[in-house]
Design a protein around this ligand. Structure first.
Ligand code: UDX
Ligand code: ADP
Length: 470
């Protein structure tokens, strides 16, 4: 099969997707030079820090990979121009948040960073370049990128002509298990029209991914598959969260229900854990993209169907904040509450769309004093997410705790929002001694041993589990 021999890869965007993905490419393609370029200087500095515990993102196994490949065939740089000019293949892995203003605000993706990076590629690329969209993007974005690439070149008859092939190669990694997901993907999806470009990318992947796991489709199927996969996953979580509320109202136990339905092969047992509501940079954004797309094509019923997945997610966060207030005698004003976990899931320092943000905001609004502990999220991020303006360590009604012990000291309640392993086996007997009574645990992740905690005197609410609460 005809293909191009790729010697230089550039990835624009050194974030949660670009960083880990390129580290795995570098590991498996030792003869390819992989350069990750980003406009953010401090981020690149951290990627180049000799102490890998300072990497800008926390992802299990990433530090080891970086130590092995960095400055051999993996490079992090702010020199975007040079990285683009040298590359035969460029991955676009920049941020694509939901638009906050203008047409499509609150639904459509903000493509300004994609457009800016495509324009940089158009300007600096040399010869023939394969451009790959890696960020989650609305359907038909590849066509937009293609137009920018072909239309925004300067006409200069003295310079050799440039050409581009655009492919879609969506990323399915899940944060916290990104390295494993990249090393052993369920599938690799490549969408495109130029067979030589497709073959060139397939050649790279076959260094570590079995051929039968590599699927090639047209551009739009590839783009839509990514949105659909995330919409289906998010839908499962909203489904199980909806049933968790029903379990609390009846005498069913959500862990038993999850197990019973998950044993049906057609349903499968993953993604059936109830929680405080899904977070992360993808689920909400992708569903909103889907809704926007359906509205654009006058498929209103389809748009409303998917929108409900988000509505249930918001309702879950809201009802949890309310039930905490109700349980604490209808007021949390002036009461210290220990918040355990701020990232949107365990094993990441990413807080984008974390349920913790909305739940903390609601509790702050009610006058609570929050003492927040997360093993990987730093104070600056928490301040940013909760829109705390002060420059000092003072966070008003928010305290930044550096251990479970200091978070829970004198608290009326412990609220577990992220399923970090260390929250599973807290020494409850010691903890309750230092708390106000009645002392509550609100476990939104079905994490703790309820019997043990109840045995030492806690009042407990656990998601989807009414029986244990009586
Ligand atoms: C997701 C997709 O899984 C991944 O394929 C895609 O590339 C990017 O979006 P990510 O957002 O990193 O990955 O994490 P994921 O594990 O999917 O979790 C998303 C949210 O759902 C988290 O808040 C998590 O806590 C929540 N969740 C997940 C549940 O509440 N219950 C579950 O059973 C699973
Ligand atoms: P993701 O989760 O999709 O990886 P992140 O926000 O973690 O998203 O990372 C996106 C990265 O892309 C950021 O580090 C940002 O600085 C970078 N970026 C955005 N626009 C450009 C650009 N035009 N050129 C280079 N880097 C860019």
């Amino acid at each position: 099969m005809a293909s191009l021999k790729i010697k230089n890869i550039c990835c624009i965007g050194a974030g949660y997707v670009g960083g880990p993905t390129m580290a795995v490419f570098a590991q498996h393609c030792p003869n390819v030079k992989v350069t990750v370029a980003d406009i953010n200087e401090s981020r690149i500095k951290l990627w180049n820090d000799s102490d890998t515990s300072n990497l800008p993102i926390y992802e299990p196994g990433l530090d080891k990979l970086i130590s092995n490949c960095r400055n051999k065939n993996l490079f992090f740089t702010n020199n975007i121009q040079e990285s683009i000019a040298n590359a035969d293949m460029i991955f676009l892995s920049v941020n694509t948040p939901t638009k906050s203003k203008g047409v499509g605000a609150g639904k459509a993706s903000d493509l300004r960073w994609v457009e800016a990076s495509a324009r940089q590629v158009a300007k600096f690329a040399q010869g023939h370049t394969i451009v790959i969209e890696k960020s989650t993007l609305p359907v038909r974005t590849a066509k937009t990128i293609q137009r920018i690439l072909t239309n925004s070149q300067e006409i200069n008859l003295k310079k050799p002509k440039k050409s581009f092939s655009v492919l879609s190669n969506p990323e399915f990694l899940s944060e916290g298990t990104a390295i494993k997901d990249l090393q052993e993907p369920d599938r690799v999806l490549i969408g495109g029209e130029d067979q030589i470009a497709i073959n060139s990318l397939v050649d790279l992947y076959t260094n570590w991914v079995p051929c039968e796991k590599i699927i090639c489709t047209n551009l739009w199927s590839s783009e839509l598959s990514k949105l659909t996969a995330n919409a289906f996953l998010a839908q499962r979580i909203s489904s199980i969260n909806a049933i968790s509320a029903l379990c609390e109202a009846t005498e069913a136990d959500i862990t038993q229900v999850s197990k019973a339905i998950g044993l049906d092969k057609r349903i499968g047992n993953e993604f059936l854990s109830p929680g405080p509501g899904f977070g992360g940079s993808c689920f909400q954004k992708d569903i909103l993209n889907l809704v926007y797309l359906c509205e654009y094509y006058n498929l209103d019923e389809v748009a409303r169907y998917w929108e409900e997945v988000i509505n249930i997610n918001n309702w879950q966060k809201d009802r949890i904040a309310k039930l905490i207030v109700n349980s604490l005698f209808d007021t949390v004003s002036g009461k210290k509450l220990a918040i355990l976990g701020f990232s949107f899931k365990a094993n990441t320092n990413d807080t984008r769309n974390s349920a913790s943000i909305d739940i903390c905001r609601d509790l702050l609004e009610e006058g609570a004093i929050l003492s927040i502990y997360d093993p990987k999220v730093d104070i600056h991020q928490i301040k940013k997410d909760l829109e705390i303006k002060s420059e000092t360590k003072d966070m008003g009604n928010c305290l930044f705790a550096n251990s479970i012990e200091s978070a829970t000291q004198d608290a009326h309640a412990v609220i577990i929002l992220t399923e970090w392993k260390q929250f599973k086996d807290i020494a409850w007997e010691e903890t309750i001694k230092k708390m106000k009574k009645p002392a509550w645990i609100f476990d939104t992740r079905s994490l703790i041993d309820v019997k043990k905690a109840k045995g030492v005197g806690f009042d407990i609410w656990q998601v989807g589990n009414q029986t244990k609460n009586n």
